[in-house]
Design a protein around this ligand. Structure first.
Ligand code: 13P
Length: 341
């Protein structure tokens, strides 16, 4: 019973008007790729320094309700010795933890992938809780083509997501369920819609089968968009209409919050699309953001690995957080993109 109260209060802390979630849980290979793009070596100290800067951004708590951390960050400390999760919690930002162990090829299913990390998960969660983690994230990915993802990939990933979510709830941790239909490729927006509908339908079927309580579950889906190599791109109003249509067909009203990933959209696109989604009208769920790149890219470019760029880094992060906070209410004004901070 006390676990249910914990789950409820975590959901309430995460799902708040005008706020979304910062995804800062890049795995070691992914953060190395992002750092390489700005000419910074991915050492443990550089990762700590960068993430400390993000979490110490003054005023971030006005627009960010939760932050997803990578396991390494959960155990790191700020220069003054404060554990990094506490740096977030101090601003009212709930710390969470990515618990999947990444994706591998799905055996005997060429082109499909499966996410691993279920073994020992309950024990790992029990270790993360005393470090401050109150929610978790597991990402499943689906490659799109005329034939992908296969039925097998849709079913196997749904099963893993549901098993993960059930284990989290049993441990008193709120699961964020993240099925990401990838933007890579030249598929049409119609094909993305078709795949997203099949994926979400199967995910909620599996969650039900595993007894996962939807009131204590958050969804982190991709938006319905064309592949990034598709010539026919879509305006925010079309992305919004198709995304809402698919969510209405597949996501029960008892899910309290849907936090989109940015998945390779530019920061401005991700904000404009979220804004359009929230302008469609009132929906059963709160519709917000849980962006990684779309929140961090401008900040990382401002940082360049230099402590002297701290102020510019934090201003860049705060600006994206503020604009997405507005978009989460359907109140984004594109002209604000031109303001310095
Ligand atoms: P992006 O917003 O960069 O897609 O990252 C979100 C995330 O958490 C991916 O797992």
């Amino acid at each position: 019973m006390s676990d249910q109260t914990d789950l409820q209060s975590t959901v309430e802390a995460l799902v708040q008007k005008g706020k979304g979630i910062l995804a800062a849980d890049e795995s070691s290979p992914t953060i190395a790729k992002r750092f390489k793009a700005i000419g910074v070596e991915s050492t443990e100290e550089n990762r700590r320094a960068y993430r400390q800067l993000l979490l110490a951004t003054s005023g971030l708590g006005a627009f960010i309700s939760g932050v997803i951390l990578f396991e390494e960050t959960l155990g790191q400390r700020a220069d003054d010795g404060t554990p990094l999760p506490q740096l977030a919690a101090r601003q009212g930002i709930v710390p969470g933890i990515k618990v999947d162990a990444g994706k591998i090829p799905l055996a005997l299913a060429p082109g499909d992938e499966i996410t691993q990390g279920l073994d020992g998960l309950a024990k790992r969660l029990a270790g993360y809780k005393p470090l401050g983690a109150r929610f978790a994230k597991w990402r499943a990915v689906y490659n799109v083509s005329a034939t992908l993802p296969s039925r097998l990939a849709i079913e196997a990933n749904a099963e893993a997501l549901a098993r993960y979510a059930a284990i989290c709830q049993e441990q008193g941790v709120v699961p964020i369920v993240e099925p990401e239909v990838l933007i890579d490729g030249n598929h049409t927006i119609e094909r993305c819609a078709e795949v997203t509908e099949a994926v979400l339908h199967e995910v909620f079927h599996a969650l039900h089968r595993h007894g996962v309580v939807l009131e204590y579950t958050l969804l982190k889906p991709s938006m319905v968009v064309p592949g990034k190599e598709q010539a026919q791109q879509a305006r925010p109003a079309e992305v919004a209409a198709r995304t809402i249509q698919i969510l209405k067909r597949t996501v029960p009203a008892s899910v309290p919050g849907i936090f989109f990933l940015s998945g390779g959209q530019t920061p401005a696109e991700a904000t404009a699309n979220l804004d359009a989604i929230n302008r469609v009208g009132a929906q059963p769920w709160q519709l917000s953001f849980s962006y990684g790149r779309a929140l961090q890219d401008p900040a990382m470019k401002a940082w360049k690995g230099q402590a002297g760029n701290a102020r510019e880094t934090q201003n860049a992060l705060l600006k994206r957080a503020r604009l997405n906070g507005a978009a989460r209410e359907g109140k984004y004004v594109p002209a604000l993109e031109d303001s310095a901070a």
